[in-house]
Design a protein around this ligand. Structure first.
Ligand code: AMP
Length: 283
């Protein structure tokens, strides 16, 4: 595996690969790699000749300094995992390499989807995400890029970014990879203490129960109430939001129509750690 810190070196290497007509798959990450990340890399491995993974903790997508500072960093273990999974290139730039002196996000207009859910609760988050992904795409110039449905809103934002910026990159959404007990894998899970870790699978359990209720024809407002009640007396998990939204517009739905697809989205605090998850409401 080749490791690059310098974007110009990586650009040169990639343009050399492109002269050989090799297909490039790209998986952007913030590191502290787990099996969820590895599932994206495996998919990229299947579809492409060359797999590029980036590890970059992007400061412009954090609205909370504490969250940024405490973001787990496990670079040497990440490198071992990447070598094992047959990754070809790791791009691990510094903040200066990506942003030069200007650590600022571009202001994007994604027709409102950036202001729903995560956008509401994490100010400027998606401007930060779209800025770094745009910069990384310019450096890596992949044929395809792989994103997890775990961050479903992010996946929709990236699809919009591709259209807005007229980029010729195929965006592939990959399923959520879970622990055996249902907890969605996340780099943040290592920050959970024993009690929090034990309580956390309840997030997916409640999501599943909400899904069943919807499929049995329960009204959205009753399902919302059910979820709120489930967390009300939980001494460890604090519900930030539970929303049922249209998959495309991400607008909150009050009623579900058969002709559209809907998803339930949830954000929960376990102590200081913010966890998100979502589930399709398709039959
Ligand atoms: P992150 O390092 O958290 O920024 O995530 C990098 C990529 O991995 C994003 O596209 C995430 O959606 C994806 N990802 C994170 N956790 C999971 C998971 N449990 N299952 C599938 N994809 C994931």
């Amino acid at each position: 595996m080749k490791i690059f810190n310098d974007k110009e070196d990586l650009k040169k290497y990639i343009s050399h690969l492109k002269t050989q007509n090799l297909k490039i798959g790209f998986v952007p990450t913030m590191g502290a790699l787990h099996k969820g990340h590895l599932s994206l890399i495996e998919r990229a491995r299947k579809d492409n000749d060359i797999v590029v993974v980036s590890i970059f903790i992007n400061p412009t997508q954090f609205d909370n300094k504490n969250d940024l500072n405490k973001y787990p960093k496990t670079l040497s273990e990440d490198i071992k995992l990447l070598k094992n999974i047959d990754c070809d290139i790791l791009f691990n730039p510094s903040v200066k390499e990506i942003y030069s002196e200007n650590v600022d996000a571009i202001n994007f207009d994604f027709e409102g989807i950036e202001n729903e859910m995560e956008g509401k609760f994490r100010e400027g988050h998606f401007n930060g995400v779209a800025t770094v992904v745009k910069l990384l795409f310019e450096i890596v110039t992949p044929n395809s890029a792989y994103f997890g449905q775990k961050d479903f809103q992010q996946l929709q934002i990236i699809k919009k970014l591709i259209i807005k910026e007229k980029l010729n990159i195929k965006i592939i959404g990959c399923p959520i990879f879970r622990e055996k007990d249902g907890l969605a894998m996340s780099s943040r899970n290592v920050r959970l203490n024993k009690k929090e870790r034990k309580a956390a699978p309840n997030i997916f359990k409640v999501l599943n129960e909400a899904r069943k209720k919807i499929l049995f024809g329960e009204k959205v407002k009753n399902v919302n109430k059910f979820v709120e009640e489930e967390f009300k007396n939980d001494p460890i998990l604090n519900l930030e939001y539970f929303l049922i939204c249209n998959e495309k517009s991400l607008k909150v739905a009050e009623e579900l129509k058969d002709s559209e697809n809907f998803r339930a989205f949830i954000a929960v605090y376990a102590g200081e750690v913010r966890l998100i998850d979502n589930i399709s409401l398709k039959n």
